[in-house]
Design a protein around this ligand. Structure first.
Ligand SMILES: NC(=O)c1ccc[n+]([C@@H]2O[C@H](COP(=O)([O-])OP(=O)(O)OC[C@H]3O[C@@H](n4cnc5c(N)ncnc54)[C@H](O)[C@@H]3O)[C@@H](O)[C@H]2O)c1
Length: 297
């Protein structure tokens, strides 16, 4: 099935990147936000990103307006009715996602494929909010931040996903210039299943006094060639987001390696979310480019 028109739900960090990437690949895109202000804010971010790509020569100057012209914003779900594929990138809240899918199921054409960009929720649990015919056309498309730059997309199938729909989704990932990997619907898919226990273990190492914040980060950076250490990466991802994902994964697998360590919970309670709140494992308030390690243990 050819995908020409894409609907995107949410124009936040991920939704705006997904919309931009689809439009850059030549697809028409309709983006739905809850208010027109949020829509405008999301599109302002997209325009800024396209300008940077044009300045760097990644896209030709004339492409900037062309790509922007393929995207429209709306606050109405019904404007997504004739899309071939809908990628949902709204906040990580199961009830809200289920209710949105239920409404969309009634509005969209029978062929529309539904996809979720969730990081940790079960695709199957979202799928069951739609009618049986749609359930075969329900998949996960897990992109990575920043979407226009990151090359990976995890394409996730449930036990009911139609094989042809799954293949179309993999092909869609390729059309976007990404490398698609196939994964089954288990919390965390491939990347977070491996990454989250590693990040949580770095917090445990700090709690247990194995090393300081800077030494743990340098250990993995210089010893393993990682572009950044795990505690710096946690500050980028957001400690609140990581805590939330870890809770979901722990509930799914009931294994200690997914359990959020007490220090992570305390930091989230205290509002130390990482870069976005100014402080996490490092303090970014004085100089965001040269953050200083926090005194936490
Ligand atoms: N941030 C990441 O690094 C990352 C990476 C991969 C996947 N994800 C997943 O992507 C999804 C979105 O994350 P984000 O970081 O972009 O969040 P975000 O908070 O930046 O954006 C979410 C947007 O969804 C909008 N929204 C809420 N309800 C809506 C609705 N019913 N219809 C349309 N829009 C609605 C909000 O107004 C908000 O602008 C989550 O499921 C998250 O788990 C995030």
């Amino acid at each position: 099935m050819e995908i020409r028109k894409v609907g995107v739900l949410g124009c936040g960090l991920m939704g705006s990147g997904i919309a931009q990437t689809c439009a850059t690949a030549g697809m028409d895109v309709v983006v739905r936000e809850v208010t027109s202000e949020l829509c405008e804010k999301g599109f302002a971010g997209i325009e800024k990103s396209l300008r940077k790509f044009a300045e760097k020569g990644t896209i030709k100057p004339e492409q900037e307006a062309e790509i922007r012209g393929r995207m429209t914003g709306t606050t109405e779900l019904k404007d997504l009715a004739d899309c071939d594929l809908i990628v949902e990138a709204i906040i990580e809240n199961l009830d809200l996602k289920r209710e949105t899918y239920r409404q969309l199921d009634e509005l969209c054409k029978p062929e529309t494929i539904f996809a979720s960009n969730t990081s940790s929720l079960s695709i199957t649990e979202m799928m069951t909010s739609t009618r049986p015919e749609r359930q075969q056309r329900f998949i996960g498309l897990h992109f990575f931040n920043p979407v226009p730059l990151m090359k990976l997309v995890e394409v996730v199938r449930t036990i009911l996903t139609d094989e042809a729909v799954y293949d179309s989704a993999v092909e869609f990932g390729r059309q976007l210039g990404k490398t698609p990997v196939r994964a089954d619907d288990r919390s965390g898919f491939i990347v977070n299943r491996l990454l989250v226990p590693y990040l949580l273990d770095s917090i445990r190492a700090l709690e247990e006094g194995v090393g300081s914040i800077v030494d743990i980060d340098n250990g993995m950076k210089l010893g393993c060639g990682h572009p950044m250490g795990p505690l710096t990466l946690l500050d980028f991802v957001g400690l609140d987001t990581t805590y939330y994902i870890a809770e979901i994964m722990f509930n799914e697998f009931r294994e200690r390696r997914f359990a959020p360590p007490p220090l992570l919970k305390r930091m989230v309670l205290a509002g130390l979310y990482g870069r976005k709140s100014g402080r996490g494992f490092y303090d970014y308030t004085a100089d965001a480019r040269n953050p200083t390690p926090m005194k936490l243990v």
